[in-house]
Write a protein that binds this ligand. Sequence first.
Ligand code: ACM
Ligand code: ZN
Length: 530
Amino acid sequence: MKRIFLTLCVTCMAAIAWAQVSYEVIPLPRSIELSKKGETFVLGQHAVVAYPAGNEQMASNAELLAEYLRTDADFALEPKADAGKRAAITLSLGLKKENPEAYQITVGKRGITIQGVTEEAVFRGIMTLRKAIGTEGGERIELPYVTIQDEPRFSYRGVHFDTARHFFPVDFLKQFIDVMALHGCNQFHWHLTEDQGWRFEVKSMPELAEKGSVRQQTVLGRNAGIYDGQPYGGYYTQAECREIVAYAAKRFINVIPEIDLPGHMLGALHVYPELGCTGGPYEVWPHWGVSEDVLCAGNPKTLEFLKRVYDELCDVFPSKLIHIGGDESPRVRWKHCPKCQAKMKELGLTREAELQTYINKEMDKYLTAKGRTLIGWDETLEGGLSENGIVMSWRGMKGGIEAARQHHRVIMTPTDYCYIDYAQLKDDWAQPQSIGGYVPVSKVYSMEPVPSELSEEEGKYIIGPQVNLWTEYVGFPEHAMYMLLPRLDAMSEVQWLPKERKDLDSFKARLPRMLELYRKLGYKYCYKQE
Ligand code: ACM
Ligand code: ZN
């Protein structure tokens, strides 16, 4: 009996020791070389994290590392500039690699070093160290000697979030960005306007957000025809948007704003009905779907309006990439509108679809003159996109393939793999509501963003994949987090790992430590992985 008890204790201790630090995190680093002798470096409470003096981004990196270990593992670190030999962890630049996000972590006799090509790369390395340590700090953390080399496969690693169908508070957006950072993502695609609400403050047109953000009620269920009778609203002030941009920038995440045009515009049409083909009145939609009422392409005021909006948008968001939407814009109103028909005549156009191309090109010229680059959903390719434009392929990969062949840069986000508003469990009626469909973790994991139809040269135009979280059926932060996790874990390996290194079984074996961290941080997640 005694022997069995002793064996159990030894097994448990081994398990605890193993659970404390594991470099096999998500996404899995490219190379992990453990020392064969099994030595460990001991990190004590209040250990010093050194960073180069005078480098604000590196100082912020050190502070963030300390903050993360405090919240994840109740472990205290002391950031210090140029701490020399007192440092247990040293953050440094100077790694010589082509990829600006390449980093190296070494753990040895003299402590831990995270060296990167850039400050951004060091931040990615910090996230790996953070996940390797996990949740169990205690008085000391024993880290096996190791050399880790890593860099991401794709330069664009996106997550989209629709804050227009439902409004999410700024504090939650910060948490959302933290979760993105934890997974090594670098592009937050922020969907700001919709038929169901306009959520971006435009100072020169204050009524746009004040009135355009409010719908009088919301439909229950999946367009059940029954309404809740409760006004619903909320918008982001420019100051709040700047706060989000700054918060994300510290975590080396770029914020790409999207004002969807010319469709999905009832929020704006409600306030300015003269911008629609029929003149309205229009209500901010209380239900889901695609409205046939869109901006009038023949009214010169439409472009004036858009340029005013985009002037302020570009002022608030420094992102080089700006999303103009362009999806799901029916042309039926244009067909019957004298202004739109006159415009077609003036431009010598024969199909209404070309009116959308006309608007896209005008917006593209405008944004290019401001030094920005336009992104559009794959519908924008239909009438031909300007040379510089980037295509976001969502209706499968077809649009992306076509765009890459035309030498446009492409972001791959096909519904079948990347729409995380779909259900993640099959036939499980107890799971929180989704839009339908079925995109389990394993499906996201299986995505290959560069289709085999493309030549090697064409494949280079695929700049990266993205998951999209639409929120018709997601009304609260906890629900949004549940839809995101752990599918973002799967996406992060698609974004980071070379395709030959991906392995679903290995991924599933590494996932429980991430889930443990989510529990510690209070993040909701889907507990089953199909
Ligand atoms: C989209 O899902 N309508 C881009
Ligand atoms: Zn019109």
